[in-house]
Design a protein around this ligand. Structure first.
Ligand SMILES: NC(=O)c1ccc[n+]([C@@H]2O[C@H](COP(=O)([O-])OP(=O)(O)OC[C@H]3O[C@@H](n4cnc5c(N)ncnc54)[C@H](OP(=O)(O)O)[C@@H]3O)[C@@H](O)[C@H]2O)c1
Length: 265
């Protein structure tokens, strides 16, 4: 799985904004974003349609991540939801398919469906999202082979998962997809981040993303629907952080000292 992609939450919700959103995703691919994160939930399928339009007729196709709603995640429901997502995007395979969050469906059924889809070549791999440590333990109990990813809320201002979830995942080499890496923009106005970014000579968003990318096994998917920000965020891949900057970030945004329940947006 690539380490960087564009997120698409809130895309596909409004016909007025559609042109700009499509342009942002196309531009991201033009400048080299290797991955797109989407979900059947986003814009009620509208985001997947934008993704489909953005990737159509391109020479190389990005790595595509999508997600099934928990209320669709029964055995037959997961297969049907995947088929609908494939159709909306006009593709034959979703590279990574995730259970969006843990809901009422039995994990056994969802994973059985995921295996079926994988065997049929309709998904490349599968995983989960918004699973805290106890959920991951349950998932491992049901299916030891499931280690595609856990996509969670993780950024400088929300370091809760570092206490036990991230060590648990590291031990099992399960990649972490950090969503809302800019805390939906809320992180960018924080004074220590702004000051450190000025010291490093990069934008606050780039510093926040570079901090995530500096961690082995962490992948991230910032969303933007403007070209300038899409480009700025991609620039994070070129930002190298010195041990001094990492230490200053740790001081300004401390790691938790006790268990915090996984937050979800
Ligand atoms: N699995 C889950 O449950 C889950 C939950 C949430 C998100 N996600 C995924 O993760 C992706 C990213 O998370 P997110 O969209 O919640 O939040 P985010 O990427 O942290 O932040 C997106 C917000 O920040 C703004 N922004 C982006 N780049 C910026 C920059 N360089 N400078 C200033 N503002 C900037 C965007 O505005 P503009 O668009 O106007 O630029 C948008 O309002 C989602 O799109 C989705 O694919 C998954």
């Amino acid at each position: 799985m690539p380490v960087f992609g564009i997120g698409t939450w809130r895309m596909g919700e409004s016909t007025r904004r559609r042109g700009q959103e499509l342009d942002a995703v196309r531009y991201a691919l033009d400048i080299g974003y290797p991955m797109i994160d989407t979900a059947e939930m986003y814009g009620d399928g509208g985001a997947e349609e934008i993704v489909g339009e953005a990737i159509r007729d391109r020479r190389t196709r990005p790595f595509i991540v999508s997600k099934v709603y928990p209320h669709n995640a029964s055995l037959s429901g997961t297969v049907a939801a995947c088929e609908r997502s494939l159709k909306r995007m006009g593709i034959e395979r979703i590279d990574l398919y995730l259970l969006h969050w843990r809901g009422g469906s039995r994990l056994e059924d969802t994973f059985t469906a995921f295996h079926k889809l994988k065997a049929a070549g309709k998904i490349g791999d599968f995983g989960v999202s918004n699973f805290d440590t106890d959920d991951m333990e349950d998932a491992a109990e049901v299916d030891k082979g499931q280690n595609g990813s856990n996509q969670i809320l993780y950024c400088l201002s929300r370091r809760g998962p570092e206490f036990d979830l991230i060590p648990w995942m590291k031990k099992r080499a399960i990649p972490l997809m950090a969503y809302s890496p800019l805390d939906q923009g809320g992180l960018l106005g924080k004074a220590p981040l702004k000051k450190l970014a000025a010291d490093v000579g990069c934008a606050p968003a780039q510093l926040a993303l570079a901090w995530l990318l500096a961690q082995p096994g962490v992948v991230t998917i910032p969303k933007s629907s403007t070209r300038e920000r899409v480009k700025e965020n991609f620039g994070a891949l070129d930002v190298k952080l010195s041990p001094d900057v990492m230490a200053a970030l740790d001081k300004a945004f401390p790691s938790p000292r006790s268990k915090q329940s996984l937050q979800m947006l």
